[in-house]
Write a protein that binds this ligand. Structure first.
Ligand code: FB9
Length: 510
C-alpha cells in the first residue's frame, strides 16, 4: 500500500474508532493533535469517509487572535506609553534623561502614544505629567485577556475599534483555521470495508460486488506512462532540414554508402593527392576492402590529366597522379563525394538529352580521423545543398543561402573569403544568433571549380553553387546541449531522448 494510502487508512481507523464510543469530533485539528496524526491526513480521511457515508461532516472556520512577539512583551511589561508615564517623576524630567531609559524605537512609540492619550506634556526641555495617575494600562489589559482567552475573541466583548488599533500596532494577528466537526453517518461502521480497486469476474458471478466498496476514480490521476519509440533530436532536426530543402525544390541524393573510393571523395573534386586531408591522420582508410572495384575509366583519364597537366585554361597541379591512390577505399570524409557522383551522372545524362538544371541535397554521416573534443567527434552528419544551372553566379549563391538560413531562424548573414580545394570562390558563412547575441559560424560554401565540372562532361556554361553545414551544431544549439557526447554516442542519456521537446527550428532562436 502506498505511503499516502497507509496514512489515510490509519487516519480513517482513528476517526471511526473514536466515533464508536463518542458522539462527535468537535474539532478535527484538536483531534489530530490528540491522536498524534497529521491534520491534513485526518482532513483527507474525513472527506473520504464522508464520500462513502461513514460520517457526516461540517466545515468550521475558526478565527483566533494571537499575540505577536511585541504584543507578548507588552502583555508582560505593560505598554511602552505606560512605562514612559511611570518613568516621569511628579516634578518632571528632562527629555534626555527620560530617553536614556528606553531604546530608540520604544521611546518613539511610547512618546507618540502617551501624547496621543494626553498623559504627558513634552516641553522644550522638560517632560511633565498632564494627569497624576493612569488607572488602567488598557493595551496591556486587552492583550492579557486575548492571550488568556478560552474562547473566540468575539465573546470577549472587545470592540472592533480596539481590535483594529491593536492590529494596526502589530500587537495581535488573526489566525484562520479550517476544521471539521464529525459525527456518525448513515453508513457508519467501526471499520471501513476493504476498498476494492477492480471489479472482477468472480465478484460479478458471486454477487459479492453488491456488498463491496470500490475505490473512487481519481479522474485527475495521470495515465501510466506508455513505453514507445522516440525520435533522437538529430533525427528531429534532420526531418526539419529535409523539409526545408524539399520546400525549396531540392531532391535528395542517395547517400547510402559510407564506404567510398578516394577517387570520388577527393580526385573527382580536383583535390590533389598530396593534400593533407588525404593523409591517414585525417581520413579513415579501409583495409578490407582496401580498393574500389571499378571506376569510369574514360572519366578517370580526364581527371588524371586535369591533375597532372591541367586543361580548360587550368594549369593543373603538375604532379604524377597515381591510380593506386585514387583506388584506395575510405570512409567518406564529406557528402561532397556524393555530390560529385551525382554531378557526373547528370553530365552523362546531358550527353543523351538536353541539360536540365538540378537542385540536390544530402544529409548523412561523414567520418574524419581528427582529434575529438567537446563539440567534435570522429564522425558527424553533414548537410549539403547544390544547384547546377547555366550561368549561376556568386550572387545566386548568396541569395539561396539567405533563403535557406532564414528558414533556420538565422538572419543577417555575413560572408568571409575561405579556401576549399574544390570550390573557387569559397566563403565561410556567419549568421547572427539572437540567443547568443553574436555572430556564429553556420557553414561553408562556394562554386565548384571548372577543373571539377568540365572533366565530368558538363556543358561549358554550366556552373554549380554549393554549401555545407553540420547537423550536430544546430541540434546542440536548439536543444541547449554543450557536449556532443550528450547528443551522440554510447554515453547518451536515453531519458533525454524520451523527454526532449519538439524541434522548434526556424522560430526566432532563443
Ligand atoms: O554547421 C555549422 N555551424 C552551424 C550550422 C547551423 C546552425 O544553426 C543555428 C542554430 C540555428 C548553427 C551552427 N558549421 C559547419 C560551422 C561550425 O560549427 C564548424 O566549427 C564546424 N563545421 C563542421 C566541419 O567540422 C569539421 C560545421 C561542419 C561543416 C563545415 C563545412 C561544410 C560542412 C559541414 C561544408 C561544405 C561545403 C562547402 C562548399 C561546397 C560544398 C560543401
Amino acid at each position: 500500500m502506498a505511503d499516502s494510502d497507509h496514512k489515510r487508512a490509519t487516519a480513517e481507523d482513528a476517526v471511526l474508532r473514536y466515533l464508536e464510543n463518542h458522539h462527535e469530533i468537535t474539532d478535527s485539528l484538536l483531534f489530530a493533535a490528540e491522536v498524534k496524526l497529521n491534520p491534513d491526513d485526518i482532513a483527507n480521511a474525513i472527506k473520504s469517509l464522508h464520500g462513502h457515508g461513514y460520517v457526516d461532516k461540517q466545515e468550521i472556520t475558526k478565527e483566533t487572535w494571537l499575540l505577536t512577539e511585541e504584543g507578548k512583551t507588552y502583555a508582560v511589561r505593560g505598554s511602552p506609553e505606560m512605562q514612559l508615564f511611570l518613568s516621569i517623576p511628579p516634578e518632571g524630567i528632562t527629555i534626555d534623561e527620560l530617553q536614556k531609559k528606553f531604546d530608540e524605537s520604544s521611546f518613539k512609540i511610547a512618546r507618540a502614544q502617551a501624547a496621543k492619550n494626553k498623559w504627558v506634556d513634552f516641553g522644550k526641555q522638560l517632560v511633565t505629567r498632564r494627569i497624576q495617575h493612569v488607572d488602567n494600562d488598557k493595551v496591556q489589559t486587552l492583550l492579557l485577556r486575548i492571550q488568556d482567552r478560552k474562547e473566540n475573541v468575539s465573546t470577549l466583548d472587545i470592540s472592533q475599534e480596539d481590535i483594529k488599533s491593536l492590529t494596526k500596532r502589530k500587537l495581535i494577528s488573526l489566525q484562520v483555521k479550517k476544521l471539521f466537526s464529525v459525527r456518525r453517518g448513515p453508513n457508519y461502521a467501526p471499520e471501513r470495508k476493504k476498498v476494492a480497486t477492480d471489479l472482477t469476474r468472480d465478484m460479478l458471478q458471486s454477487s459479492d460486488w453488491k456488498n463491496m466498496e470500490f475505490k473512487e476514480f481519481n479522474l485527475n490521476a495521470k495515465g501510466a506512462p506508455t513505453e514507445h519509440g522516440c525520435l533522437h533530436p538529430l533525427l528531429k532536426v534532420r526531418k526539419q532540414l529535409k523539409d526545408i530543402f524539399l520546400q525549396m525544390g531540392f531532391a535528395e541524393m542517395p547517400t547510402n554508402n559510407y564506404v567510398e573510393s578516394s577517387f570520388w571523395n577527393f580526385d573527382a573534386l580536383f583535390q590533389p593527392q598530396q593534400h593533407p586531408a588525404r593523409d591517414s591522420h585525417d581520413t579513415f582508410f579501409l583495409k578490407v576492402p582496401s580498393t574500389t572495384k571499378e571506376l569510369p575509366e574514360d572519366y578517370v583519364e580526364r581527371v588524371k590529366r586535369i591533375h597532372e597537366s591541367g586543361g580548360h585554361q587550368s594549369r593543373g597541379y603538375g604532379y604524377d597522379w597515381k591510380r593506386e591512390e585514387a583506388d584506395k577505399s575510405l570512409l567518406r570524409t564529406h557528402t561532397t563525394a556524393v555530390s560529385s557522383r551525382m554531378l557526373y551522372s547528370l553530365a552523362q545524362d546531358s550527353a543523351q538529352k538536353p541539360f536540365a538544371p538540378k537542385k540536390y541535397f544530402s544529409i548523412d554521416r561523414v567520418f574524419r580521423n581528427e582529434a575529438v573534443d567537446r563539440t567534435h567527434l570522429a564522425e558527424f552528419h553533414q548537410i549539403e545543398g547544390l544547384i547546377c544551372d547555366r550561368g549561376l553566379t556568386l550572387g545566386d549563391l548568396i541569395g539561396v543561402l539567405e533563403d535557406f538560413f532564414s528558414r533556420l531562424g538565422m538572419s543577417d548573414l555575413k560572408f568571409k573569403p575561405a579556401y576549399n580545394p574544390y570550390t573557387e570562390p569559397s566563403m565561410e558563412i556567419f549568421g547572427y544568433h539572437k540567443g547568443f547575441g553574436k555572430y556564429v559560424e553556420i557553414g561553408n560554401s562556394g562554386m565548384f571549380r571548372p577543373e571539377m565540372l568540365l572533366p565530368m562532361g558538363l556543358p561549358e556554361d554550366v556552373s554549380v553553387i554549393a554549401w555545407g553545414l553540420s547537423l550536430e551544431r544546430p541540434t546542440m544549439i536548439l536543444y541547449g546541449i554543450d557536449n556532443i557526447r550528450d547528443l551522440f554516442g554510447h554515453k547518451v542519456d536515453l531519458g533525454l531522448m524520451k523527454k526532449n521537446p519538439i524541434c522548434r527550428i526556424g522560430l526566432e532562436s532563443d
